[in-house]
Design a binder for this molecule. Structure first.
Ligand code: AMP
Length: 559
């Protein structure tokens, strides 16, 4: 059996843990253990003088070196103001995330006996333009050819759908990770995975459950010792309590109670936390996820999807038994915890594998027909439109199956169509009828992508020299949004010739592709002046800074 297709690995770059997977010779997604023989690696980076340490050791080091350890960096992806200073150097979230990716790749290369080059990386569905671009840049800094960034719930659904391809179904994916919460409705069919709608909160995750325990422990310490000081001001105690809280939370998923001890300033307080108490302390957090879920079901209904066939729970924090309990109670159906730590990486690997099979099919068909296929991703459409004959496709598929040993149906189904929606609304700042400045949305969240929308705006005054186009991102579904509810992602300037009248039409086009990249043009139609906006925003590492990060990364071994 000759395995000659290029491996594309799937990476789940998580807030708290990350993992990498590939598809084996039987077409099965498999997690690659790290050098410590663990299937997940903490997304924690320890700057240890000239070394960068990632993973469990970094996590443990946080206690001793709180200022040299960076955790939860994913929460800062795409944030322009986040800079971590170490020695004389500064690091952006993309670069710090790239160290996590490098650690995964180095360990995987060791295990697989080949260099990891091509990858599919996942990100939360609600990541906006900057966060997605930052994730891609993190991959580039780590030295990868980033084939695609796909949404975590989509990846989980691909992994789930791959288990049983015989039935079409609408699945609700409830994903509660370490730092993020996503809820997504997905239509899974034999040859496609279509996102119906998605929502969530990027500041809600298992860590918030930990924080509630930490606050409770501090209160208990104060009660027991009579000491009023905020013991969390001490970074050692803070780290210690964070670790104990997470541990306690995990135990409470298995047992009805757990002992915890708090040590600070030579004083030690021991106590027992009961599951009931823990559930009471965190009830509102769980309710927030239920509210989001309800909202998503309603949005899907508005789009014509009246029912759900299955609910799947992914993300490590769904192991807390109260999650499935509450969801089942609220929605009256079984909620299965599905491979919570691994589904996302495995789904990304399956997606990468399909991309790779598809690439190979395209290569074979091209060679045979002497036709150049410019967009390999459109292969199935080309067959539908008879631009490629079904016969040529069949022959190529059979050859590929014979060469690789993969089954013919799996090769034929390589052309999995993934349809996404945008998780944000995009618009521009304009004046409304009452002359207030508002954001006017051209693309509304939960619209299927790719999408191309045009809209005419008008200049305000005679002889206007420039038109300022402020591009805004928001999480509402309204067409008109107050400016304070949106975030600016880029500003472009269209220069106009002199002596133009007021009320001149300016046509703005938003072109959003299926990877969440936005391309914008603004055209003054009388003389056809145009500006094009490419969204490499200041929030994402670019130019010299990016090159420096890449160079720094090349000369770096991550431990
Ligand atoms: P993820 O981002 O999907 O890897 O999820 C990580 C989160 O799941 C962290 O907050 C973990 O503390 C949490 N987690 C992992 N295992 C358990 C468990 N057995 N019980 C409760 N939470 C867990």
């Amino acid at each position: 059996m000759e395995k000659n297709i290029k491996r594309i690995y799937g990476i789940d770059l998580g807030t708290t843990y990350s993992s990498i997977a590939y598809v084996d010779e039987y077409g099965k997604a498999v997690i690659i253990p790290n050098a410590e023989n663990e299937r997940v690696t903490p997304s924690v980076v320890f700057f240890d003088e000239n070394n960068i340490v990632v993973g469990e050791v970094a996590k443990e080091s946080a206690k001793l070196y709180p200022n040299e350890v960076v955790s939860f960096i994913k929460r800062s992806m795409g944030e322009p103001n986040f800079i971590f200073e170490y020695g004389s150097e500064t690091y952006r979230p993309e670069e710090i995330s790239s160290y996590v990716l490098k650690k995964l790749a180095q360990d995987a290369a060791q295990y697989m006996g080949e260099k990891i080059t091509d990858v599919v990386i996942t990100c939360p569905a609600y990541f906006g333009i900057n966060e997605r671009e930052a994730t891609r840049k993190a991959g580039e800094i780590a030295g990868f050819n980033v084939r695609q960034i796909i949404n975590e719930p989509t990846a989980a659904a691909i992994a789930y759908g791959s288990l049983d391809t015989s039935q079409d179904r609408v699945v609700l994916v409830y994903d509660l990770g370490g730092g993020t919460f996503d809820v997504t409705m997905i239509d899974i069919r034999k040859d496609s995975v279509e996102v119906i709608c998605t929502g969530g909160d990027h500041n809600l995750g298992g860590k918030d459950w930990d924080d509630r325990i930490v606050t409770y422990l501090v209160e208990k310490y104060q009660e027991e010792t009579g000491i009023e000081e905020d013991i969390l001001d001490d970074p050692d105690t803070w780290q210690d309590l964070q670790l104990s809280a997470e541990k306690a939370k995990k135990i409470l998923s298995q047992r009805p109670k757990t002992p915890v001890s708090i040590t600070h300033g030579g004083q030690r307080v021991k106590l027992i936390i009961e599951r009931e108490k823990f559930e009471e302390l965190t009830e509102d957090l769980l309710e927030r996820t239920v509210d989001f879920t309800r909202e998503m079901i309603q949005t899907a209904q508005d789009k014509g999807y009246s029912g759900i066939d299955e609910i799947i729970l992914v993300g490590g924090a769904t192991r807390m038994p109260q999650v499935s309990g509450r969801i089942e109670n609220e929605f009256g159906m079984n909620a299965k915890v599905f491979d919570p730590d691994e589904a996302v990486a495995k789904g990304a690997a399956i997606y990468g594998w399909k991309l790779s099979l598809n690439d190979d099919l395209v290569r074979r068909i091209s060679e045979k027909t002497q036709k150049t296929i410019e967009h390999p991703e459109n292969l199935s459409e080309m067959i539908e439109k008879s631009e490629i004959s079904a016969e040529d496709f069949k022959i190529a598929a059979q050859e590929l199956a014979d060469d690789t040993g993969y089954t013919l149906p799996s090769v034929e189904n390589a052309m999995l169509r993934v349809k996404n929606v945008t998780s944000k609304s995009f618009g521009v700042v304009a004046h409304n009828a009452t002359d207030e400045q508002i954001v006017f949305n051209l693309v509304l969240r939960n619209t299927a992508v790719p999408v191309n929308v045009k809209k005419k705006f008008f200049t305000a005054v005679e002889n206007q020299k420039t038109v300022l186009i402020q591009i805004m991102e928001s999480e509402t579904s309204d067409i008109e949004v107050p400016i304070e509810h949106a975030e600016e992602i880029k500003t472009a300037v269209l220069h106009l010739p002199p002596n133009l009248p007021a009320d001149l039409p300016i046509e703005i086009t938003f072109d959003l592709n299926d990877e969440g990249q936005l391309h914008i043009t603004a055209e003054e139609t009388s003389e056809q002046r145009q500006v094009e906006v490419v969204l490499d925003t200041a929030s994402v590492i670019s130019g010299e800074e990016l090159e420096r990060a890449k160079e720094r990364s090349q000369s770096l071994v991550v431990h």
